[in-house]
Design a protein around this ligand. Sequence first.
Ligand code: ADP
Length: 263
Amino acid sequence: TDSRVTPVAYNKELNDLGQVQNYTMDKVQGLIHSQQDFVSDVSHELRTPVAIVKGHLELLNRWGKDDPEVLEDSITSSLSEIRRMETLVNEMLVLTRAENLTVDAQPEETEVTPILERVYHDLQMVHPDFSWTLDNALDSSAMVGVRSDHLEQLLIILIDNALKYSTSRKEIHLALALAGGWVEIGVQDFGQGIAAEDLDRVFDRFYRVDKARVHQTGGNGLGLSIVKKMVAAYGGQVQVESALGSGSVFRLRFPLIKEENNQ
Ligand code: ADP
């Protein structure tokens, strides 16, 4: 065997897969490749902002110091690129944590309704130009085995996207329901929607349908990959239905662990 691919570094992942006993070279190689893909994706994403900041600094170094207009413009542009990099680095950390997330044997029990209501009220306050509805079909308190801050994070990513990709009709519908043994949370918008050929790929890291408009929407293509990893870690599901031009609905589902009557 090749000593460079000693399983030590990959023990954690292999353990997570429950396959530490009988890993094969193929599996180890597969993990190495996915690590390499990640590094290459990240380098690619960082290359553009780094090049822009470098360009501006070179400009400043040559002429900018004496030209207030160049100075002002370069500083503004560099700051905005640096903020983008900062967001990117922070979200990559979140993604890495989501990938390594292992749920304890006794997961935290969280009541869904109060979290959804809080997120709904908070975001409604920040975006009063949107019309909001919350349809809670539960008459009891449904509990899921998901950490409350994680549940909140998932909702915020989906609602944030719904807001970001709604240009004409500014309307967000949130819904909470029980479906079989699942608690289902729906986040619906009536915005630009997603074409069928992109639908499978929106959960891929760094995938953006419209790469050219990234500077307007400020997205980096990590949000939905975080959602996918985090939901999977909790044994949940995430699904999307969408039609180009008429909007999208993202549904999160988690196993219902307990239901208590409010009365
Ligand atoms: P981003 O940071 O670019 O929003 P995401 O991973 O959250 O990254 O989403 C990936 C891509 O999926 C987005 O760039 C966008 O093209 C598409 N998308 C996500 N949510 C929606 C939505 N609600 N409506 C339309 N398109 C969406």
